[in-house]
Design a protein around this ligand. Structure first.
Ligand SMILES: Nc1nc2c(ncn2[C@@H]2O[C@H](COP(=O)(O)OP(=O)(O)OP(=O)(O)O)[C@@H](O)[C@H]2O)c(=O)[nH]1
Ligand SMILES: [Mg+2]
Length: 323
């Protein structure tokens, strides 16, 4: 059952629940008047009944939010928002859902526009193994090409056998050139070669694929920092974007990944992948809230076309409608 359906089941529809006992129904009626009549007008039993119901609703709602993958701090902030105006304790699921939706949306009020300015624009893509870096890069290249931008892909994943060929094949499908490398080559040397070619060919956007490894490994951190130094110091090119790829089906570990990568290099945005895989996606809320990193692109399938710019409402729906 989706998060939304569960909230509705918990709090009922817009109309009061019919099976309430007369006493409870009376209590709810009294509460409903609270916004127009002073709270002091309630009798003590009415207040106690309302408070009891509110606490039960609040506990159940908290459980639903945590279950949707939303972290404790964000859950508490949402509950506070829902309590504001005394919505709990009344069978008005729609109003509660609107409050939750509003709070979730406000967490995503960050600049989600992809920065492709620069000559060339340089986009570095990182993330753990299998998150979807290489496929997202091909999708992004395809998207940029459709916007009439020229693109060069750089295969700086020299760690995994077959990684270069994978990028070359996918780049070929998107119709964009790929700066190849050989297994074991220093990734920053491939990046250097790639940037030289991009400048010589007057390419608009360079997208760099990197090796996926555990986010807590020192080597990866140094390797990424070295790549950034080559781009920014040796070449004097500001990075347009450093994008972290997050698999939407990852649970709370997604926040840990984002924290660890942000400690290595400044992350400017997230590519959220596999949203088509029935992901709950609540962990992405924590990343936006705690680290203030915007989602910039969303991938929802395995074809080259399965990529789109971030849309706040889509993501909030994904969280609320997830099973
Ligand atoms: N359904 C679905 N599958 C995806 C999506 N993005 C990536 N995948 C799949 O996830 C798997 C891993 O994707 P890659 O692009 O190779 O991931 P990576 O991060 O480059 O992996 P490494 O290079 O091994 O670190 C592949 O089978 C992709 O087809 C998506 O949006 N939806
Ligand atoms: Mg890869």
């Amino acid at each position: 059952m989706s998060f939304l359906s569960r909230v509705k089941q918990l709090l009922g529809g817009d109309k009061p629940e019919e099976e309430e006992s007369p006493v409870e129904a009376h209590e709810i009626g009294a509460e409903a008047q609270e916004s127009v009549v002073s709270g002091a007008a309630q009798t003590i039993p009415q207040q106690v009944g309302g408070a009891r119901r509110e606490a039960a609703d609040s506990d159940a709602l908290e459980e639903l939010l945590i279950d949707a993958g939303i972290d404790v701090d964000t859950t508490m902030a949402i509950l506070q928002e829902v309590r504001r105006g005394g919505l709990l304790g009344r069978p008005t699921a729609e109003q509660v859902i609107e409050r939750i939706r509003g709070k979730l949306s406000s967490v995503f009020d960050l600049d989600s526009a992809l920065n492709t300015t620069g000559s060339p624009a340089v986009i570095l893509v990182t993330g753990v193994n299998g998150a979807g870096k290489t496929s997202s890069i091909a999708k992004l290249a395809n998207m940029l090409k459709q916007e009439n931008r020229t693109v060069l892909l750089v295969a700086a994943d020299t760690f995994r056998a077959g990684a270069v060929d994978q990028l070359a094949i996918l780049g070929g499908r998107a119709g964009v050139p790929v700066m190849r490398s050989v297994e074991g080559q220093d990734p920053s040397s491939v990046v250097f070669n790639g940037l030289q070619k991009a400048v010589a060919d007057r390419v608009d956007v360079v997208v760099i694929d990197t090796a996926g490894r555990l986010e807590n490994k020192k080597n990866l951190r140094f390797e990424l920092q070295k790549v950034v130094r080559v781009i920014e110091t040796k070449f004097g090119l500001p990075l347009s974007e450093t994008l972290l790829v997050i698999d939407a089906t990852t649970g709370e570990n997604a926040l840990m990944q984002a924290r660890a990568f942000s400690e290595a290099i400044p992350i400017s945005g997230i590519i959220l992948t596999k949203v088509d895989s029935g992901a709950k996606g609540g962990s992405i809320v924590s990343i936006a809230r705690e680290l203030r990193i915007p989602i910039k692109l969303v991938c929802n399938g395995e074809t080259l076309m399965s990529i789109k710019p971030f849309d706040k409402d889509d993501i909030v729906d994904m969280i609320l409608l997830s099973e």
